[in-house]
Design a protein around this ligand. Structure first.
Ligand code: NAD
Ligand code: UPG
Length: 439
């Protein structure tokens, strides 16, 4: 099948590469000529384990192409995926201008029937609205069908998720379109759920909102555990063994970030509000998450009083491990706050260090060497549970820092290991470790 994918961001690039991998001929189109140039040279524009090799293989086998010319990319495509961004408007609602622009571009260029598949996360009703928008612009005699096929990949494990997802959702207006999409995606071997357009759009928002709810719920339990002397990891383990609850997404921490949960929860609250429904539960989930981002600062101030002039190592800038994505990362909140309190901040990230200066508007230095960040530091703050940080022996902090005091937003080490290393250690929802000498 000849397929065009519009947008080579996270979702567009992974979708394009994966569809080529299962045998389709795919042309990915992006308005950014620099991205297209890099991709044409075989250089992936996002950091995603396993993506680069798969991309190159399919380019070499002439199944995967990149262009910034819509006309060229759409020329003989039977199916066109829209995978452009749907960022947040200032009021929290989803900004659909990129989807609309891409849809208009397709409508004006195509001269043959196509199925338009919306991969972007869009509010309920958008697919239908986009179809109508396109119908007003297509040439006489050209026919389009629309499908909603929301994406569920996680950054950092996008390739794995694409080939081993729990389900694929296909929302359509007619069985023929649903069957065509099922046939295209059949080689992925993932269970396919066929449904209507509106339900498909809602499944995406409801799924992200539910996962965010699990995280905020366990974070609230963690905050209570701290007050009551329980250990949230023990609690999450005990809860998660009940299969009705499940153990996934019960890791307490500094709060969720990333390009999806924050914006999609806000968009669902807005969407509900537009229909005179106050989504109280989700509003609280968002509020708890915002509070959670500030929690470590409170702990730091409680410990030190003032951090003016203190050297702090911030470990991890990305919103989660295995990605260089800083969108809505707790680091964006934490580093400016630390700097505003007078701390001398040095940020470490194994992959995203060079993005620090560009993304974070606060006086701070950045490095991709963890030892350089820790050297002579008065305290450290862990934002991202990168494998190399988790693997680090807690004794390393004692060896490198001026004062071995760690505020861990991701519960990277066991309480026993911190105690054994004589580390002063504050984590989330677990007992503090304060060695005798520090008391
Ligand atoms: N990032 C994720 O992990 C993820 C996962 C699931 C769903 N989603 C959803 O998928 C959508 C895309 O997310 P993303 O993170 O890949 O976005 P992104 O912002 O990283 O990338 C969007 C790309 O589209 C390009 N673009 C914009 N308008 C265009 C046009 N008219 N023609 C061609 N190219 C155009 C941009 O240049 C950019 O490269 C969003 O709706 C998002 O919510 C994202
Ligand atoms: O138990 C947990 C699990 C996650 N997180 C945090 O939650 C955020 C999101 O993590 P994750 O879901 O792994 O990453 P994303 O790449 O943002 O993926 C989410 O958002 C995507 C975009 O919509 C969806 O496609 C995915 O299914 C959905 O998991 C990160 O900050 C994590 O640190 C926690 O704090 N505790």
């Amino acid at each position: 099948m000849k397929i065009a994918v519009i947008g080579t961001g996270y979702v567009g690039l992974v979708t394009g590469v994966a569809l080529a991998e299962i045998g389709h001929t795919v042309t990915c189109i992006d308005v950014d000529p620099k991205k297209v140039e890099a991709l044409n040279q075989g250089v992936p524009t996002i950091y995603e384990p396993g993506l680069g090799e798969m991309m190159l293989r399919n380019q070499k086998q002439n199944r995967l192409f990149f262009t910034d010319q819509h006309k060229l990319g759409l020329a003989d495509a039977a199916v066109v995926y829209l995978a452009v961004g749907t960022p947040q408007n200032t009021d929290g609602s989803a900004n659909l201008s990129y989807v609309e622009r891409a849809a208009v571009e397709v409508a004006e260029q195509i001269d043959h029937p196509v199925v338009v598949v919306i991969k972007s996360t869009v509010p309920v009703g958008t697919n239908l609205r986009i179809k109508r928008l396109m119908m007003r612009r297509i040439r006489p005699g050209v026919f389009i069908r629309i499908a909603s096929n929301p994406e569920f990949l996680r950054e950092g494990s996008a390739i794995h998720d694409t080939f081993h997802g729990d389900r694929m959702i296909i929302g359509t207006e007619d069985e023929a379109t649903a069957s065509l999409l099922a046939e295209i995606n059949e080689p992925f071997g993932i269970p396919i759920v066929k449904t209507d357009l509106f339900s498909s759009e809602m499944i995406k928002y409801a799924s992200n909102a539910f996962l965010a709810t699990k995280i905020s719920f366990i974070n609230e339990i963690a905050n209570l555990c701290e007050k009551l002397g329980a250990n949230v990891e023990e609690v999450a383990k005990g809860m998660g063994m009940d299969h009705r609850i499940g153990s996934a997404f019960l890791r307490a921490g500094i709060g969720y970030g990333g390009s999806c949960f924050p914006k999609d929860t806000n968009a669902l609250v807005q969407l509900a509000g537009n229909h005179h429904h106050t989504f109280n539960l989700l509003k609280s989930v968002i509020e708890v998450n915002n509070q959670q981002h500030r929690l470590l600062i409170d702990k730091i101030l409680e410990r030190f009083g003032s951090i003016n002039g203190k050297k702090v190592a911030v470990l991890g800038l990305a919103f989660k491990p295995n990605t260089d994505d800083l969108r809505e990362s707790p680091a964006l909140v934490m580093i400016p706050q630390l700097a505003a309190l007078g701390a001398d901040v040095i940020g470490y990230d194994p992959i995203a260090a060079d993005r620090g200066t560009k993304w974070i508007s606060a006086p701070a230095r950045y490095t991709n060497h963890v030892a350089e960040a820790l050297d002579g530091a008065d305290f450290a703050v862990i934002i991202t549970d990168w494998p190399d940080i988790k693997r680090m022996d807690p004794e390393t902090y004692v060896r490198l820092m001026d004062q071995p005091i760690v505020f861990d937003g991701r519960n990277c080490y066991s309480i026993a290991a911190a105690r054994e290393a004589n580390l002063e250690y504050y984590s989330i929802g677990r007992p503090n470790v304060v060695p005798e000498v520090s008391k």
